[in-house]
Design a protein around this ligand. Sequence first.
Ligand code: CAA
Length: 254
Amino acid sequence: TNILVRREDRVGVVQLNRPQARNALNAALMAELIAALQAFDADSEIGCIVITGSEAAFAAGADIKQMAEASVIDMIDSPFIGYWDELRRITKPVVAAVSGWCLGGGCELAMACDLILAAESAVFGQPEINLGVIPGAGGTQRLTLAVGKALAMEMVLNGRTLSAEEALRAGLINRVYPVEVYLEEAIRLANAIAARAPVAVRLAKEAVNASFEMSLRAGLDHERRLFYLLFSTDDQKEGMDAFINKRPAHWRGQ
Ligand code: CAA
């Protein structure tokens, strides 16, 4: 009940739907979101996933009202922050389509996706310092990797927010569109990715994401093994034969 789920051709769309709370991320919403993503990940008709919010808010962060009275033991025992880790286990590409507020855990959710497309109205930030805490779902790490130490420190230490244009210039997001078309454009991009060789797409995502977690040597070795592995797929034979014979390729995902 906290999300809306639909299909647009080969794209699974999950819309966060707590407008009365600016899509604040509570435990129920996160559980529903992860279940929907896992269902799309297991669905062979789906090639790419889009997570979006409303025009006013992608998500205004973790639900402060749900956390306010928690003890440290409550936080440790809760599966809540672990839901952001579950996103890392989704094997199909995930696109965040962001409009309005994208703060705290909402910004961390967008950064856990593979691509971020934004409306001109989007505002990105990690304002946890204003609550006496710090980002807890990856913000200090993923933001720093994306925008560098200087800007990340300003955002995390002083609550600086970024407009969509600033986020684009800083390398946090992929593209900016007028608010009327940002979601349509995100779904268009997702469908374009979904039309590509499915196994190669999944391994490409895995290889790029591995660069954040491995040394260069280990990452290069990992990439090479995935590259070799693709020579066991029909799609590799099909793609190369289609190129040589100047015809479009027909992917089978095998
Ligand atoms: N948690 C719970 N409720 C929230 C919320 C949040 N993160 N953000 C907004 N809401 C609620 C408000 O309490 C308000 O509810 P009521 O109508 O019951 O009072 C409703 O949503 C509308 O909010 P506003 O009236 O404040 O709307 P606005 O348009 O004036 O401002 C806003 C929007 C700038 C996003 C503002 O609501 C805001 O600053 N929200 C908090 C942002 C924040 O601090 N996020 C970090 C959360 S901590 C976190 O995310 C930890 C982590 O790393 C995992």
